[in-house]
Design a protein around this ligand. Structure first.
Ligand code: KIV
Length: 265
C-alpha cells in the first residue's frame, strides 16, 4: 500500500470514506496500519485512556511528542496526525512554534487544533505558509470541557455557527475538519458546505470519514461510554480472562511446564 499524503486524502472526498482511529504506541499503530487504516491520530485523549486523567487538559506537548514517535515507528502507509494539546495554542506564536516542533521532532504529517477562533485561524494560516498541514476540530471540543460545563452535544440550532467555522477553517488553509458530538443533520450540512473532508466522531454517517478512540472501539476503556461508541471487540474481558488463567497456572505451578522451559538435555 502506498503512503497516504494530503493529496490522497483530499481526493477521497465524495469518492471513498476516510477511516481513522487513535493510536498512542508502536504496537497498536502497526496493527491498524497493517489492515489499511487511512489516518492515525495521536489524540490528546491519551490523557484519559493512557494516563487515567479525568479529561485531556493535563496533556503536554512533550507527552504528545513522546507518543507520536512510537506511533510513527509502526506506520508504513497511514497519514499521521497529532493533536496540539490544551494550552499549546494560546497565542499565534505559541501555536506555530509548538506545531513546527511537533512536526520536526516526530515526522508526523499534520497537526490538529480545537476551535475556530481568530487565534486558531491565524495559526492555521501561518502553518500553511510554513508548510505544515493542519486539521480543524469543531463541535464538541474536549479541551473546553470546563467552559462547556461537561461534554455537550451540538444541536441542529448550532448548524449555522458550525458551518461558518468549518468554512473559515477551510479558507484559512486547513486540509480537513473533525466534527465531534453533533446531531447527524448538522454534520451532513457542514460536510456539504466545505470542499475539504470532514471526519466525524459522534456526528453521524454523512461525514466524509470517521474516527474513533482505539480504547473505546476495542473495549479497553470503560470509565465513559458515549452513545456514538460502537464496541468492535471487548478486549478488556479477553485480557482479564487470560490474565486470570495465567495467575491460576502460576499459583498451581502448571506454568511454565516443559514446553516453556529450557532444559540441559
Ligand atoms: O483526542 C482525540 O482522540 C480526538 C478524537 C476524539 C477526534 O481528538
Amino acid at each position: 500500500m502506498k503512503k497516504h499524503t494530503v493529496s490522497t486524502l483530499l481526493n477521497m472526498k465524495n469518492k471513498e470514506k476516510i477511516t481513522s482511529m487513535t493510536a498512542y504506541d508502536y504496537t497498536s499503530a502497526k496493527i491498524l496500519d497493517s489492515v489499511g487504516i487511512d489516518m492515525l491520530l495521536v489524540g490528546d485523549s491519551l490523557g484519559m485512556v493512557m494516563q487515567g486523567q479525568s479529561d485531556t487538559l493535563p496533556v503536554t506537548v512533550d507527552e504528545m511528542i513522546y507518543h507520536t514517535k512510537m506511533v510513527k515507528r509502526g506506520i508504513s502507509q497511514a497519514f499521521l496526525v497529532v493533536d496540539l494539546p490544551f494550552g499549546s495554542c494560546d497565542t499565534v506564536d505559541d501555536g506555530v512554534r509548538n506545531a513546527v516542533r511537533i512536526i520536526k521532532e516526530t515526522g508526523a504529517d499534520a497537526v490538529k487544533l480545537e476551535s475556530a477562533d481568530e487565534v486558531i485561524l491565524e495559526i492555521v494560516r501561518k502553518l500553511r505558509l510554513r508548510g505544515v498541514n493542519s486539521i480543524g476540530h469543531i463541535g464538541l471540543q474536549p479541551q473546553y470541557v470546563n467552559t462547556m460545563g461537561g461534554y455537550k452535544i451540538n444541536k441542529y440550532s448550532d448548524v449555522e455557527r458550525i458551518k461558518a467555522e468549518a468554512i473559515a477553517l477551510e479558507k484559512a488553509g486547513a486540509m480537513m475538519v473533525v466534527l465531534e458530538g453533533m446531531v447527524s443533520e448538522c454534520a451532513a450540512e457542514v460536510t456539504k458546505a466545505v470542499s475539504i473532508p470532514t471526519i466525524g466522531i459522534g456526528a453521524g454517517v454523512e461525514c466524509d470519514g470517521q474516527v474513533l478512540v482505539f480504547h473505546d472501539a476495542f473495549g479497553l476503556y470503560s470509565d465513559m461510554l458515549p452513545k456514538f461508541v460502537k464496541r468492535y471487540a471487548n478486549l478488556k474481558e479477553i485480557v482479564a480472562a487470560a490474565a486470570t488463567e495465567y495467575i491460576n497456572e502460576v499459583k498451581a505451578s502448571t506454568f511454565p511446564n516443559d514446553d516453556y522451559s529450557y532444559k540441559s538435555k
